[in-house]
Design a protein. Structure first.
Length: 187
């Protein structure tokens, strides 16, 4: 997150009444910052919840994609929040190390490597290259590929919001590793 001006998360006394239930369910600084635009938050949230928790990708693949988006976007908030979620879901240190390396890491299964490569392509080329598309198609059904693109795009947007609005980190988030390059794939 960049220092400097941003929008402060709204405190409890400043939350519009129509957002009370949303903030009760999602009490995070991201949602409290997005509450500056209540109607947009209310419109986006059902989609965000669906794409996060109910799309056709398995949990592991979803978190790999989200964490790689956060890594590529240098979004400490996204990386930290989803590091916690991923650890609760069984991710270990070798998973996080591989996320910082990229699709070339021997840690990944071929399908997982395709997810990482697809995220890298989408963030660096605004598409998925033919070779990576071929790998994805070998491991995932068409509905899963569509959901991967929706998931990645949504979390690219969230990372942009977090970084651009300078949303403060939640207390206790693990830091974003700083010792590796931004992208590992050729662009």
């Amino acid at each position: 997150m960049s220092p400097g001006p941003g929008l402060p998360p709204l405190g409890d006394g400043d939350i519009p009444e129509k957002l009370a239930r949303v903030i009760e369910a999602w009490p995070y600084k991201l949602h409290r910052t997005l509450a500056h635009s209540p109607d947009t938050l209310l419109t986006w949230l059902p989609f965000g919840e669906h794409i996060l928790m109910h799309n056709t990708l398995p949990f592991r693949e979803r978190e790999i994609a989200i964490l790689r988006v956060g890594w590529n976007a240098r979004c400490a908030y996204e990386w930290g929040m989803h590091s916690i979620v991923a650890r609760r879901g069984g991710f270990g240190e070798s998973d996080f190390e591989a996320l910082c390396v990229g699709a070339e890491s021997p840690h990944w299964t071929p399908g997982e490597a395709a997810i990482v490569a697809a995220v890298d392509d989408m963030q660096s080329r605004w598409t998925i290259g033919e070779e990576v598309w071929g790998e994805l198609a070998q491991h995932y059904a068409p509905d899963q590929i569509v959901d991967l693109v929706w998931l990645s795009g949504n979390f690219m947007t969230i990372s942009l919001q977090l970084n651009a609005l300078r949303v403060p980190l939640e207390d206790g988030l693990p830091p974003l590793p700083e010792d590796r390059p931004h992208y590992t794939r050729a662009t």
